[in-house]
Design a protein around this ligand. Structure first.
Ligand SMILES: Cc1cc2nc3c(=O)[nH]c(=O)nc-3n(C[C@H](O)[C@H](O)[C@H](O)COP(=O)(O)OP(=O)(O)OC[C@H]3O[C@@H](n4cnc5c(N)ncnc54)[C@H](O)[C@@H]3O)c2cc1C
Length: 474
């Protein structure tokens, strides 16, 4: 029998937890699917079982997840962790794999609260063992208490890079250098958004405090670096870059890269959602109305997957989505929705005062993509920059054509790691605007699943619309 719910929420990070808890509080029948084993998402990973000492290092921004997780648990929701959604149809069907079994469920409404990912920026040597994302390293600490040993270099740009640096300093990790691609002198574009940011002195104080921790630690900290390279034969041995006129090289066992965060849009692309371009942060995001509704009446996007605004905003947006869906389903009246939404929006506005400033301050510059011929662009299929440049020279400019010819983007990550950089490379080579270059077409399954799982799916699902099973995104 096909299971049907009022609402299916995909993702149990701050947005998904707040949205589903709120829907549950309205008495609605909610299914939450999340591919992690426990709720929390990226920022609140392992929030329910994190030991006290680790909580102290991770600070109050992390601890804020505890009451949210408790609220999420308090509700009578159907929660399925370890459930990877691999296809969503905007009409209301969701296909997912859990414990080696794939199944389909239906919902009147679908909320994709699937979060963001660290912006992948290929640099020479980024595939060497010993090079990883700073957010990924942070997750290893949240989840397993793992702290890097040996010499660490942090490189890239953005507040999460500085946050990770501060936490490593506090843990006594041997940091060889912090190499920021952010310019030494901020662009004039940061001036106008600095005024609303000043309305949140607590937020600015947090930034200043991080910089102070770094300065007091004595760790060499360079800004405006270029030509970043990870060097080594079988594993990382050193990190090289240019700072001003100087070439620098640091011995290192671990290089933590971070170039900001971008929405994970695969699930929305697969559905055929309309997207918009954020020209400051250079990313695509699904186009949504004030409640998070996409161009599909029954499909909502909540949290950083819809627009990167951080964890607090993600939770608040999850609430707004819940209020709208609750109204559509008759669980609350429109005037109650509006009254409650006004309060949520007040918090949201206050939370977002500093955001345009942070976005402008850490705006990715096209130059950070310093493409070298032999740099691997597609990690899954080992496709180099040169291989892609050759097909561009032959007039092949559409990412999907490039994919067919070179296999760039054809591996198991389905272009998540190379897609944004490929678009930048085409734009740079052809002097076209990156938003006009196009993107990979995303088709199901969104996650790798064995064929035997598909073959073993309930016959009722197949008879409920076999043509739907692999419907193309528009
Ligand atoms: C690696 C990383 C580390 C970060 N660390 C921090 C930090 O320490 N501090 C900070 O302020 N911000 C951090 N961020 C930014 C952060 O993601 C958020 O601002 C916040 O977590 C966004 O909340 P969210 O609910 O929108 O998404 P998330 O918290 O990312 O939650 C999304 C959830 O959706 C699930 N999901 C995604 N796709 C599927 C699928 N197909 N099927 C089933 N489930 C799915 C994921 O498992 C995840 O649990 C980090 C981001 C990344 C990428």
């Amino acid at each position: 029998m096909i299971r049907h719910y009022d609402v299916i929420v995909i993702g149990a990070g701050p947005a998904g937890m707040a949205c589903s808890a709120s829907l549950g509080e309205m008495g609605l029948d909610v299914l939450v699917l999340d591919e992690q084993e426990v709720p929390g998402g990226q920022i609140y990973r392992n929030i329910e079982s994190c030991p006290v000492q680790r909580m102290e290092v991770l600070g109050e921004d992390y601890a804020r997840g505890q009451p949210l997780a408790a609220r999420f648990r308090a509700r009578d929701l159907t929660r399925e962790q370890g459930a990877s959604v691999w296809q969503v149809e905007p009409e209301g069907r969701v296909y997912y794999s859990r414990d080696g079994i794939s199944q389909m469920v239906t919902g009147n409404y679908i909320v994709a609260a699937t979060g963001a990912m660290e912006r992948p920026v290929p640099i020479p040597g980024w595939t060497l063992p010993g090079v990883m994302g700073a957010g990924g390293a942070n997750n290893l600490y949240k989840e397993a208490g793992l702290t890097p040993t040996g010499r660490v270099v942090l490189a890239g740009s953005g507040p999460l890079l500085l946050l990770e640096a501060c936490q490593l300093i506090e843990k006594g990790v041997d940091i060889a250098a912090i190499l920021e691609t952010t310019p030494k002198i901020p662009s004039p574009k940061v001036v106008p958004p600095a005024f609303p940011a000043a309305l949140r002195p607590d937020f600015l104080y947090k930034g200043v405090k991080m910089l102070k921790v770094i300065r007091n630690s004595g760790v060499p900290h360079y800004k405006g670096i270029t030509n970043l390279e990870a060097l080594g034969t079988d594993e990382l041995e050193s990190v090289r870059c240019v700072a001003g006129e100087e070439q620098l090289e640091f011995d290192a066992d671990l290089l933590l890269l971070h170039f900001g965060v971008i929405p994970g849009t695969h699930i929305f692309r697969q559905m055929g959602c309309r997207h918009e371009w954020n020209s400051v942060q250079r990313y695509w995001h699904p186009a949504c109305d004030e409640w998070g509704r996409t161009n599909f009446e029954k499909v909502f996007a909540a949290g950083d997957g819809a627009y990167v605004h951080g964890a607090v905003a993600a939770g608040l947006k999850g609430e707004l989505t819940a209020l709208e869906i609750g109204t559509c389903l008759g669980a609350i009246q429109a005037d109650e929705r509006d009254q409650r939404a006004a309060e949520v929006r007040r918090h949201l506005r206050s939370d977002l005062f500093p955001r345009p400033f942070v976005d402008a301050m850490y705006a990715p510059r096209p130059e950070m993509f310093s493409f070298h011929d032999d740099t691997i662009l597609c990690r899954c299929e080992n496709v180099t920059v040169k291989q892609v440049l050759d097909v561009i020279a032959d007039g092949c400019l559409d990412p999907n054509e490039i994919k067919i010819v070179t296999r760039c983007g054809m591996g198991p990550c389905q272009g998540r790691m190379c897609g944004p950089a490929l678009a930048e490379l085409v734009a740079l080579t052809t002097s076209e605007k990156v938003e006009n270059v196009g993107v990979f077409s995303i088709r199901p399954p969104l996650k790798g699943i064995p064929l035997k799982e598909l073959a073993a799916m309930d016959l009722e699902i197949a008879t409920s619309g076999p043509a739907k099973l692999f419907k193309d995104a528009k």
